[in-house]
Design a protein around this ligand. Structure first.
Ligand code: ASP
Length: 413
C-alpha cells in the first residue's frame, strides 16, 4: 500500500477506535489518552518538526543559488504576495457570504468549555513584523520560526550569489544537509500511519462524534466553503493550463498527512518533495514559494475566521452592521497571514478577530469542541491554496507559447 493509503486507513481505524472508546469504555479514555495516544501522537509531530527547519533552510538556499540574481528573488516575492492578497481576499468573502446566507448560528445555544486563560494574547501587527527579523541566524534555526528561517535563508542565499566561488564549499555542505534530512524524512514517514492513528483516535475518544452532529451546520458549511475555494483554484489552474488534476493527485500524501496532523508545518517536507518530483514544479520556484506559503498563506483559516465570527454574532443575536462586517473582514484577512501552521492555531487567532470586531470571546467555547475536525480540512485547504499560488507564480514567470508556436510544435511532433 502507498503511504497515503496507509495514512487514510490509519485515520479510518482511528475514528472507529476513538468512537468505540468514547461510547463503550469511557473510563478507559483518560489513562489510554494520557499514557499512550497523546504521547505517541505528540512524538510523531515532534519527529516531523525535527526535519522542517533543516529542509526549509537547505532547500531554500539551494533553490536561491539557482535563481540568476537577487532581483529575481524580489520579483518572486512581490508576485507571490500580490497573488496571496487577491486569493486570500476571495477566501474571506467566501467565508463571510456563506455565513450570512446560510445563517448557521441562528438558534444555536452556548455550551462547552474552554480554558480562556490558555488562549494566549496575540502580538500586535507591528511587533509581529519586527519579530520576523532574527537577531542571529542560529537563533532563527533553533527556535523554529519559519518566517525567520526564510528570512535568514533568503539573505544568505543572496549573499552566496554575490560571493561566488568562495561560497562553493558552503553550498556543497548545504547540499549534503539536504540529502541527509530528506533521508531522515523518508524514515520518519514509515511511522506516519501510527502517528496519525494516535492523533485522530485521541480527539474522537475525548470529544465524541456527537458533538459534530450538534454543530452539523457549522462543520458542514465550513467544509462547503473550503470546497468552493478549491473549485476556484482548480478553475484558475485550468485556465492557466497548469494540469490541476495532476497537481491534486501529486498532493495526496501531503494532504492526508495534513488532515491527520492538522499542521501545515508537518506536511511541508513531503509537500516540497512531491510538488517537484510528482507534479514537476520548477525547483527554484518550489523551494521559495512553498515554504513562504507554509509560513503565510492560510485560505482555510481565512474562510474559518470570517465564517466563525458571523456565526458567533448570529448566536448572540448581534446585528451585522456594515462596520462590523468590515471589521471582521479586515481582521480575518490580516490574521490569516499570521496564523502559525500548527494544530489549534486557528482557535487562538479567533480571539484577535473577535476582539477586533467587538464580539463575545465566549463564543469560542462553543466551537472549540469541533475545532480539531475543522482544523483538519482547514489545513488541507491551506496547503491547496499555498501550492496553487506557487503554480500561479510558475505560470506567471514562464512565458506561454502563442497559438501559432503551439501549431508549429504540433506540426513538428
Ligand atoms: N492548523 C492550521 C494549519 O496548520 C492553522 C490553523 O489552525 O488555522 O495550517
Amino acid at each position: 500500500m502507498s503511504l497515503s493509503t496507509l495514512i487514510l486507513v490509519a485515520m479510518g481505524i482511528g475514528i472507529g477506535f476513538g468512537s468505540v472508546l468514547h461510547d463503550f469504555f469511557p473510563s478507559a479514555i483518560a489513562p489510554l489518552d494520557q499514557y499512550l495516544l497523546t504521547p505517541v501522537g505528540t512524538s510523531f509531530l515532534r519527529l516531523i518538526q525535527f526535519v522542517v527547519v533543516p529542509i526549509v533552510f537547505s532547500s531554500l538556499i539551494l533553490g536561491l543559488t539557482r535563481i540568476q540574481n537577487a532581483a529575481q528573488v524580489g520579483r518572486y516575492a512581490v508576485k507571490l504576495i500580490l497573488s496571496y492578497c487577491l486569493t486570500s481576499g476571495v477566501a474571506v468573502v467566501v467565508g463571510l457570504v456563506l455565513a450570512v446566507v446560510i445563517r448557521p448560528g441562528v438558534g444555536v445555544s452556548g455550551s462547552g468549555t474552554i480554558d480562556m486563560e490558555a488562549i494566549a494574547q496575540s502580538q500586535s501587527l507591528i511587533d509581529w513584523l519586527v519579530s520576523l527579523i532574527p537577531t542571529n541566524p542560529i537563533e532563527a534555526l533553533s527556535n523554529g520560526n519559519l518566517l525567520q528561517v526564510i528570512f535568514s535563508s533568503a539573505l544568505i542565499g543572496v549573499a552566496i550569489q554575490l560571493v561566488g566561488e568562495k561560497a562553493a564549499s558552503f553550498v556543497s555542505f548545504v547540499e549534503s544537509c539536504y540529502a541527509i534530512f530528506e533521508k531522515v524524512l523518508s524514515l520518519i514517514l514509515y511511522v506516519a500511519p501510527i502517528g496519525v492513528f494516535a492523533l485522530i483516535s485521541s480527539v474522537i475518544a475525548t470529544e465524541g462524534l456527537q458533538l459534530i452532529l450538534k454543530l452539523f451546520n457549522y462543520v458542514f458549511f465550513l467544509l462547503v466553503g473550503s470546497l468552493l475555494m478549491v473549485g476556484f483554484y482548480l478553475l484558475i489552474l485550468f485556465f492557466l493550463k497548469a494540469k490541476p488534476i495532476k497537481l491534486l493527485q501529486s498532493l495526496v500524501p501531503a494532504l492526508s498527512l495534513a488532515f491527520g496532523t492538522a499542521s501545515s508545518n508537518a506536511a511541508l517536507p513531503i509537500l516540497l518533495k512531491d510538488v517537484q518530483e510528482e507534479y514537476g514544479l520548477r525547483e527554484d520556484i518550489a523551494s521559495f514559494a512553498i515554504p513562504l506559503g507554509t509560513a503565510l498563506k492560510r485560505d482555510g483559516s481565512a474562510i474559518l475566521q470570517g465564517f466563525n465570527a458571523v456565526f458567533i454574532a448570529q448566536m448572540y443575536d448581534i446585528p451585522l452592521t456594515t462596520s462590523l462586517v468590515l471589521a471582521i473582514s479586515l481582521s480575518t484577512f490580516l490574521v490569516s497571514f499570521s496564523t502559525p501552521g500548527v494544530p489549534g492555531a486557528g482557535i487562538i487567532m479567533m480571539t484577535t478577530v473577535l476582539s477586533a470586531a467587538g464580539l463575545p470571546l465566549q463564543g469560542i467555547a462553543i466551537v472549540a469542541g469541533v475545532d480539531r475536525l475543522t482544523d483538519g480540512f482547514k489545513t488541507v485547504m491551506n496547503i491547496i491554496g499555498n501550492v496553487s499560488n506557487a503554480v500561479i507564480l510558475d505560470r506567471w514567470e514562464t512565458p506561454q507559447p502563442s497559438e501559432s508556436q503551439n501549431e508549429m510544435l504540433r506540426a513538428i511532433d
